[in-house]
Ligand binder design. Structure first.
Ligand SMILES: O=C(O)CNC(=O)[C@H](CS)NC(=O)CCC(=O)C(=O)O
Length: 276
């Protein structure tokens, strides 16, 4: 199976982002991809709640989701839309940070709402309060698509190893980690966290990322770390997109999942213990 990781610098305008992502989907198809993966918040990166409420829609009216479903169907590819910010029926008006898996017939095969919210003060000048604007999910999801079983996650989830262990035990062979990582924590932790999850589970890890300085008509400036990454089930980095936008191809051989788990069957070696 050939996967293509799309690295984007999404703006706060969904129309622009749709155009940009469809251009990269075309490149991915031309390069022979069966499975295309896009980063977290492909449809809109914005720090302004007011602006988000103006431009974002429920999933039924989201133009990026509609455009990517159409692309999947007409080009016969599967797509993991890393996430879209979509309106929900939350009484506080909060959005969902939702991953969509689209089959090669254009149907939505799975949805996953990001579970862990990035409520973090990285420094005096850099604070994130994701749960102010987004309603967290509570369901982990695996899905069979393009000949593989995927285990879904989003960005900050990567710091919660138990999620990935549960996904692998539920049958996942490929863990997807679409992201919009902060430059500071990315430089410190990104590669290590992704490699650790691959090593612990014997899964491929595919992590398409937002990169660079995101243009804003409103709100404060926002930059992301980039470095879309693919990691083998043995823990080797097999692709790193650096910081430019574009498409990164990676060929997956699912027998490597079995092989890694045969060599180190740690996934089957959990033991009960108490902490005192
Ligand atoms: O707000 C949006 O536009 C979309 N969501 C995000 O960008 C989220 C929440 S702010 N970012 C992360 O989870 C980064 C995690 C991270 O950087 C780390 O774990 O170190």
């Amino acid at each position: 199976m050939r996967a293509a990781l799309l690295q984007l610098t999404s703006s706060d305008q969904p129309e622009e982002n749709l155009e940009a992502v469809l251009a990269l989907v075309d490149q991915a198809v031309a390069g022979g991809a069966d499975l295309v993966l896009t980063p977290e918040v492909t449809n809109c990166v914005s720090a302004s709640r007011k602006h988000q409420h103006e431009v974002l829609k429920s999933e039924n009216d989201d133009i990026v989701l509609a455009g990517l479903r159409n692309a999947a169907r007409t080009k016969r590819i599967s797509i993991v839309v890393g996430s879209l910010a979509v309106k929900t029926d939350d009484p506080d008006g909060r959005f969902a940070n939702r991953c969509f898996v689209i089959g090669s017939d254009g149907t939505i095969r799975a949805r996953y709402d990001k579970i862990h919210m990035f409520d973090v003060q990285i420094s005096d000048s850099e604070t994130y309060r994701e749960s102010d604007g987004f309603r967290p999910g509570g369901h982990a999801v695996t899905v069979d698509v393009a000949g593989a079983t995927l285990g879904l996650s989003i960005c900050y989830d990567i710091r919660f190893a138990a999620l990935y262990r549960a996904l692998a035990k539920a049958g996942a062979q490929v863990l997807t980690v679409p992201a919009a990582f902060s430059p500071v924590t990315g430089a410190a932790h990104w590669h290590s966290l992704l490699r650790a999850r691959a090593i612990e589970t014997g899964c491929y890890v595919l992590a398409p990322a937002q990169t660079g300085a995101h243009p804003h008509s409103l709100g404060r400036e926002r930059s992301t770390y980039g470095h879309s990454l693919a990691v083998s089930p043995w823990g080797d980095i097999i692709a790193d997109a650096g910081t430019v936008t574009g498409v990164t191809f990676v060929d997956l051989d699912l027998s490597e999942v079995e092989q890694a788990r045969r060599r180190v069957p740690a996934l089957d070696h959990d033991r009960p213990f108490v902490v005192s």
